[in-house]
Design a protein around this ligand. Structure first.
Ligand SMILES: Nc1ncnc2c1ncn2[C@@H]1O[C@H](COP(=O)(O)OP(=O)(O)OP(=O)(O)O)[C@@H](O)[C@H]1O
Length: 626
């Protein structure tokens, strides 16, 4: 028998293939099974155009058999088979795809299911096998042929016996090495799991002889092993099924089977797009936060299938960061794959799919907010932070897309409300969307700063998340209404007639306030008469972009750049304490200094800021108690 050599360039290619194209050796099985599925598809296609054939689905399958003892793994199919010429052309020349040629010859429309296109997948078998033997009998031929190769060396072809039409690909599995455990490619559980992972949705049954143990009949504790031929793939992917026939339970089972999470999904989204881009997708919004969600380890992404074959476990490009909690899969026939099918070429289609998916998720969330409020609130409690982060991230470039999904706790409704809801019930006189920041709803409710806005009857949004105020600063306004902190210097509230005396009081006490400002040196930008305080003697307000709450957050970060809010000490001139302050100013400078410091530290404490010198503060309290 004459040994034929692979063509020169093929030799190099084969070497490259075996050593570098694929990152996971286990994909050889995906490639062989895909070839078998293509071979059956070809018969199916011929049957559509040739009346002499009848395609009976029962007769078409793929079988994977492992013989541990002899280290042989066999992938057999009842597909179209190969003639001697085809064996030579398709397996003797790397990068020659019989499947691509078949598609062209038969003018098969784009989108038909055949998987192969590059003419390289078959050679991935050499990653795990020392010898690859292919026994094939082509449809309409009486003679079978055996092709055999040990890799870069070349291959032989000879006549052989085979009863039925189809192909057996027989791999002599390599011996284990220090780095690689090849034995596992002969283990039932491993083979089954590789098939499930990559080829679960191949349309034809993939059979295996499965050995299990069972209780021996007539005994209570004796077990026996038995072997049964079983179909190990699911075949029809749920995403190709008609939505009308599927129940919530089916989606929940799929979610659990795919191990997207251990919880139940809060919501599923089933997309069958058939427009500019063709794809099917099943997406899930999990009920619970994945345990590693806010860690570096968490990887966003969707599973990506091409024609039912898994290409990528986590395709990150399909999800924006602000929807990184979404789980699920996408299957499309229109992707440009690279040769290893592990990566995509820079793909316009993929970008279109990603855009489409992003819009669908948003729409679903909006619907949920409107029609299933309880579910949305649950979702928002878990993942709302991510949406707010999305508003803030990338210099606010996604803020308009996300703003309608935001919710905050309302002082009036005592529950979460959307910005749309807030604005729609704003009284005509109200100019701003008011908010108050603090650690918790309870703490905010006690803030003296909220008094005047509340008394005016205006609703206040409570910001209890670190990110809230940062996000809102980027958003700037909603429906042309600006956001305003209840701590900001100018609240934009018209004073009542009898309150119009603040300016007079300011002038009256100008020298006192100037003195207090000097006592506090650089700690405050100004001391003023408060227009907002009712019951409390003092509070801090701020001027400028950085609020006191933001200062606190920035201070707690490792990259603290000592960014400070411009603080203003506001004094309630109608409070009893103010009288004492005035008397001290007139009679005793030391006392004025003592009172000023005490009031300033009180204001800090109310804001949740630490007093600057606790020892001095407690000494000062002792002084007034004496
Ligand atoms: N089981 C099989 N039955 C019939 N023909 C086969 C079988 N396996 C491989 N072939 C033929 O060999 C060719 C080369 O296979 P190979 O897996 O290398 O490439 P491909 O499937 O065409 O493309 P890709 O690299 O994208 O998988 C196929 O196009 C097909 O014509």
């Amino acid at each position: 028998m004459v040994k034929k050599e692979f063509k020169a360039e093929s030799k190099r290619l084969l070497d490259m293939m075996i050593n570098s194209i694929y990152t996971h050796k286990e994909i050889f099985l995906r490639e062989l099974i895909s070839n078998s599925s293509d071979a059956i598809d070809k018969i199916y296609y011929k049957d559509l155009t040739d009346d002499s054939l009848t395609f009976n689905k029962e007769n078409y399958y793929i079988k994977v058999t492992a013989d541990k003892e002899n280290r042989v793994l066999k992938v057999s199919d009842t597909g179209i088979g190969m003639t001697k010429e085809e064996l030579e052309n398709n397996l003797g020349t790397i990068a020659e795809s019989g499947s691509l040629a078949f598609k062209k010859e038969n003018e098969m429309k784009d989108g038909y299911d055949i998987i192969g296109q590059f003419g390289v997948g078959f050679y991935s078998a050499f990653m795990v096998a020392e010898v690859v033997t292919v026994i094939s009998k082509a449809l309409g031929s009486d003679q079978a042929y055996k092709w055999e190769s040990q890799g870069a060396d070349g291959y032989t072809i000879e006549e052989c016996e085979k009863d039925s039409v189809g192909t057996d690909v027989i791999l002599k599995i390599k011996e284990n090495t220090e780095d690689e455990n090849y034995d596992e490619y002969l283990e039932q559980y491993k083979l089954k799991s590789i098939i499930k992972k990559y080829s679960d949705f191949i349309r034809y049954p993939i059979k295996m002889d499965i050995t299990e143990s069972r209780l021996k009949e007539g005994t209570e504790d004796e077990y026996e092993e038995f072997t049964e031929e079983k179909v190990v793939n699911s075949m029809v992917p749920i995403w190709r099924k008609n939505k009308m026939e599927l129940k919530t339970e089916d989606y929940e089972n799929f979610y659990a089977e795919k191990r997207y999470g251990f919880d139940k999904p809060l919501k599923h989204i089933h997309i069958s797009a058939d427009g500019l881009v063709r794809y099917n997708a099943i997406l899930f919004i999990p009920e619970n936060m994945p345990f590693d969600y806010y860690t570096k380890e968490y990887e966003k992404g969707l599973e990506l299938y091409s024609n039912g074959v898994l290409i990528m476990n986590k395709c990150q490009d399909l999800l924006p960061d602000y929807f990184s909690f979404v789980k699920g899969m996408v299957d499309s026939e229109d992707l440009s794959l690279n040769i290893s099918r592990e990566m995509l070429q820079h793909d316009r289609q993929l970008k279109l799919i990603a855009k489409n998916i992003k819009n669908k998720i948003k729409k679903e969330l909006e619907n949920m907010m409107k029609n299933e409020r309880e579910s949305y609130e649950k979702f928002y409690q878990t993942f709302g932070r991510q949406l707010k982060y999305g508003v803030y991230d990338k210099f606010g470039s996604n803020k308009d897309f996300l703003k309608d999904l935001l919710m905050f706790y309302s002082s009036k409704e005592k529950k979460m409300v959307s910005l749309e809801e807030y604005v729609s019930r704003m009284p005509e006189k109200q100019k701003y969307i008011y908010y108050a920041s603090g650690e918790s709803v309870e703490k905010i409710e006690k803030l003296p700063q909220i008094e005047v806005v509340s008394e005016k009857g205006y609703e206040i949004l409570y910001f209890t998340d670190d990110i809230d105020e940062f996000a809102i600063k980027i958003l700037m306004n909603y429906k042309e209404k600006e956001f305003k902190s209840v701590s900001s210097g100018d609240l934009g509230i018209e004073p009542e007639e009898n309150e119009n005396k603040a300016d007079d009081k300011e002038n009256e006490n100008k020298v006192l306030f100037e003195k207090m400002k000097n006592i506090l040196s650089n700690k405050v930008k100004d001391v003023r008469v408060s227009k907002r305080l009712k019951k409390h003697p003092v509070c801090l307000a701020n001027d400028g972009e950085i609020s006191i709450e933001m200062e606190k957050i920035l201070k707690s970060m490792p990259t603290d750049q000592n960014i400070q809010a411009d603080k203003i000490l506001e004094i309630n001139v109608n409070h009893e304490v103010f009288k004492s302050l005035k008397t001290a100013y007139e009679q005793d400078e030391d006392k004025l200094s003592l009172y000023t410091n005490l009031l300033y530290n009180q204001a800090l404490l109310i804001e949740g800021l630490p007093v600057e010198d606790p020892v001095e503060f407690s000494n000062n309290i002792c002084k007034i108690m004496k």
